[in-house]
Design a protein around this ligand. Structure first.
Ligand SMILES: CC(C)(COP(=O)(O)OP(=O)(O)OC[C@H]1O[C@@H](n2cnc3c(N)ncnc32)[C@H](O)[C@@H]1O)[C@@H](O)C(=O)NCCC(=O)NCCS
Ligand SMILES: Nc1ncnc2c1ncn2[C@@H]1O[C@H](COP(=O)(O)OP(=O)(O)OP(=O)(O)O)[C@@H](O)[C@H]1O
Length: 275
């Protein structure tokens, strides 16, 4: 009985954890190149207030995704993305309406939306919602996504397709299809070594060092990605404090670099670690 109660409360919490994750990610300061409480990082078209509006518009959708996952739980995993996608796009539309057309959370909606949907799916199947089970579900739901949407295209047209052709970068799709492998390898094993804000900063640095963030490539080319990866890896080796993070913030702003994919994965880490 105690196990059953624990399972139920964990399931109910995933949409709430996801909304919480977006708020914590936003408020974490300093955050190199990203919008935080102190500055707009490398962005001209968004600030903290705009991100708050975006979160308010997106958060109610997380429960919608979870309910949809539950309602379709008995259908094969291969059919799920086709069901979820129109809802994900409607949520993107709600974000664009709230922000006046600015892309504040497209990546976050994708990754967290999949987690919420997968949680509902597990619940509908009467299964335990653990981090491993959620990642496994997301991976099954996204099976073949990289091949369909990046690899099998005859011509590379979009930025994502070009980055895949040139550097093998699979972006948010690849991370989801691999069950958030970067979060599971680079962040979760170290999660309990730190506490409070330092834990989140450390996780963000680990993500920036490991993640092949397509945002960095679209802003600064492959050199931009390597610059941020090397910078973060160096801080993890030498040690860091708030001053070091502020220095890194300045360096990324000077180069117009924004590790938005790693910010999204920090939110994913919060949800997975919270289970
Ligand atoms: C797949 C999506 C995200 C495609 O976007 P795009 O081609 O721009 O892909 P790309 O991976 O380059 O970047 C999108 C965003 O993901 C984030 N991101 C970038 N790199 C990474 C990475 N390595 N890991 C995780 N997230 C990343 C960034 O925030 C970025 O802005 C998408 O827009 C989409 O299909 N939306 C429809 C809604 C949907 O399917 N939702 C399903 C769940 S609700
Ligand atoms: N705190 C944050 N600050 C900035 N970006 C963030 C933050 N958290 C998450 N992101 C992610 O970064 C992405 C925005 O990056 P970016 O502005 O480079 O994208 P874009 O609008 O598609 O490109 P561009 O501005 O170069 O035209 C969002 O999709 C969002 O998911």
């Amino acid at each position: 009985m105690a196990g059953l109660l624990a399972t139920k409360s964990a399931i109910a919490d995933v949409p709430e954890l996801a909304a919480q994750a977006l708020r914590l990610e936003l408020d974490l300061t300093p955050k190199p190149g990203l919008v935080d409480r102190a500055n707009n990082g490398s962005h001209q078209d968004m600030d903290h207030a705009l991100f708050l509006k975006s979160i308010a518009a997106i958060a109610p959708w997380f429960r919608v995704f979870a309910e949809a996952g539950k309602a379709h739980a008995q259908k094969p995993a291969s059919e799920q993305l086709r069901l979820l996608r129109p809802m994900g796009m409607a949520c993107e539309q709600a974000m664009f309406t709230a922000t006046g057309g600015v892309n504040t959370h497209k990546g976050g909606i994708f990754s967290l939306g999949l987690l919420c949907f997968a949680a509902g799916r597990l619940q509908g199947q009467g299964r335990m919602v653990s981090a491993d089970a959620l990642c496994q579900q997301v991976s099954e739901i996204c099976c073949g996504l990289v091949a369909r949407e990046l690899a099998d295209r005859p011509q590379a047209i979009t930025a994502g397709e070009k980055q895949f052709r040139q550097y093998g970068l699979t972006g948010a799709r690849g991370e989801a299809e691999q069950g958030f492998i970067t979060v599971r390898r680079a962040v979760l094993p170290y999660w309990h070594q730190e506490h409070g804000e330092r834990r989140l900063h450390n996780a963000l640095l680990r993500l920036m060092a490991a993640n092949r963030d397509s945002n960095l490539v679209s802003r600064g080319g492959i050199e931009g990605l390597h610059y941020v990866q090397d910078y973060a890896a160096r801080l993890l080796v030498t040690g860091w404090d708030s001053d070091a993070l502020r220095e890194m913030d300045k360096a990324l702003m000077a180069r117009r670099l924004s590790p938005g994919g790693s910010a999204d994965l920090l939110a994913v880490a919060w949800v997975l670690a919270g289970l």
